[in-house]
Design a protein around this ligand. Structure first.
Ligand SMILES: Cc1cc2nc3c(=O)[nH]c(=O)nc-3n(C[C@H](O)[C@H](O)[C@H](O)COP(=O)(O)OP(=O)(O)OC[C@H]3O[C@@H](n4cnc5c(N)ncnc54)[C@H](O)[C@@H]3O)c2cc1C
Length: 450
């Protein structure tokens, strides 16, 4: 079997005229004739990027076939049904202002259930309410001097909102960038506001609590919160990939197929089966993309652990995000998912989702440490909570320090006939994954002369 680097060299030789796809031969890598099918375009990976790519190709009447290693599409966005509860594989939210989501998803059909704008913050032995002053003026004013950060910090939030919502979205990705913590300090936010709000809030989104993620990402996310809502589909985040995959004919989606090698227009499956295509789009997670494609960097990945508990009563009433504003203990944020959408829990029970980011403690004792911390917040009722499942996700999100976003929309066309998409090509979000898939489809269509 030739090495992949040899394969890439051969691929370049095959590409006689840049920009024009030469038909792949119907021979296998070892030169023998195979029963290879020619499915048009092969998309490796059925996460949001791969599904967005395949649906865009099909809309342009180009045959696309998705090969997915898992037992269902969705990749990092999936929901498990467990004892009548809906467990997203890690706490995630959809931001209704996502521009690509608005283009490709039927948001109405997802029946999005919103969180309240703002947050509850645990600090100094009690829960404070931090309301969005523009969306919830009454709550915001009534809690003005109660919430962490003084009046000056509240005014700076308005300044940050003004900064992140001004101008075109495309311009935002070209702005000077620095680590988010430096932008927040330059804007004059107090250390109290950083510790009590920004660290747990953006820590739960970027999945790192140092706020070292690019300020472009912070401005993008803040803009999305300012222009829309955080929400989940009524029946769980998995409804998003389900909606996209339902657009594909069933024969276009093959599950439990792990592609082992990509060789120009061909892919090798376990057992040596070869598939030939006019084009191949690698839409895997970033680490797998780096192993399949020569020269593709493997970004550092941020991790998160999500614990689910069944509670007889919701510890917080209403669709609030609750943040750890004290900077100690394993818990970063808590959400009572059944308060956001009733379908997340069976009648009479509440589903509590707890996210742990950057935890230095032992994984074995995590549940006990989480319970101890939440007992401080919510009292002895926590002892009656039943642990349902823990999802430890070591490769949840590509890290996005400023260096990663120097080029905000990274190339998706590697050569004529070979493309790549995924959140690592755009920004680490549902919207970034969807946009990268659409861009890859556009590049394929251009090369195919469509
Ligand atoms: C816990 C968590 C919380 C998050 N929170 C948010 C949030 O609140 N808001 C937000 O916008 N984003 C969030 N994200 C990020 C968002 O989910 C991802 O950016 C996005 O889903 C990535 O999609 P993708 O298609 O690029 O990659 P993936 O979802 O990783 O899809 C890649 C697919 O390729 C398949 N695959 C891998 N190798 C092979 C192979 N060899 N052959 C065939 N198939 C293969 C995988 O099985 C997978 O299905 C979160 C992510 C996680 C994990």
């Amino acid at each position: 079997m030739p090495k992949l680097s040899d394969a890439r060299n051969r691929t370049r030789v095959l590409l006689a005229r840049p920009g024009v796809i030469k038909p792949a031969s119907a021979r296998s890598l070892d030169g023998r004739r195979t029963m290879a099918k020619r499915p048009g375009v092969i998309v490796v990976g059925g996460g949001l990027a791969g599904l967005a790519c395949a649906t865009a190709l099909l809309e342009a009447r180009v045959d696309a076939h998705v090969l997915e290693a898992g037992d269902a599409p969705g990749g990092r966005v999936r929901t498990d049904s467990y004892e009548g509860f809906l467990l997203d594989r890690g706490f995630q939210v959809y931001l209704t202002a996502y521009p690509e989501g608005r283009r490709v998803l039927d948001l109405k059909a997802l029946s999005l259930q919103r969180f309240i704008p703002g947050a509850k913050v645990w600090r100094g032995g009690r829960l404070h309410t931090l309301a969005d002053p523009l969306r919830q003026p009454v709550t915001a004013v009534s809690h003005l001097f109660d919430a962490p950060g003084g009046l000056a910090d509240k005014l700076r939030v308005l300044e940050l909102r003004q900064l992140s919502t001004s101008g075109e979205l495309g311009d935002l990705w070209q702005r000077p960038q620095q680590e988010s913590r430096h932008l927040l300090r330059d804007l004059g936010f107090s250390e109290e506001m950083l510790e009590a709000f920004f660290t747990p809030f953006f820590g739960g989104i970027f999945l790192e609590r140092g706020l070292t993620t690019s300020s472009r990402m912070l401005e993008f996310v803040f803009r999305m919160f300012a222009k829309g809502h955080a929400a989940v589909p009524a029946k769980g985040m998995g409804a998003i990939p389900e909606q996209l995959s339902a657009k594909l004919p069933s024969a276009a989606l093959r599950m439990r197929v792990r592609v082992e090698e990509v060789w120009g227009h061909r892919v090798r499956l376990p057992g040596g089966e070869m598939l030939h295509a006019d084009a191949v789009v690698v839409a895997t997670d970033p680490g797998t993309a780096a192993s399949l494609l020569v020269g593709m960097p493997a970004p550092r990945m941020n991790r998160v652990t999500c614990l689910y508990f069944a509670a007889p009563e919701p510890p917080v009433e209403g669709p609030w995000l609750t943040l750890n504003g004290e900077g100690r203990g394993p818990v970063n944020n808590v959400a009572v998912m059944s308060e956001v959408s009733a379908a997340y829990a069976p009648p009479g029970q509440a589903l509590v989702s707890v996210s742990v980011v950057d935890d230095a403690g032992s994984a074995d004792s995590l549940e006990a440490r989480v319970r101890a911390q939440l007992t401080e917040w919510f009292g002895p009722a926590v002892s009656a909570w039943r642990h349902l499942r823990t999802y430890a996700i070591p490769e949840a999100l590509p890290a996005q320090p400023p260096s990663a976003l120097v080029e905000p929309h990274r190339p998706v066309r590697l050569a004529a006939g070979l493309y790549v998409c995924g959140d690592h090509r755009e920004n680490a979000s549902i919207d970034g994954a969807l946009a990268s898939g659409r861009r890859a489809a556009e590049a394929v269509l251009l090369d195919l002369g469509r």
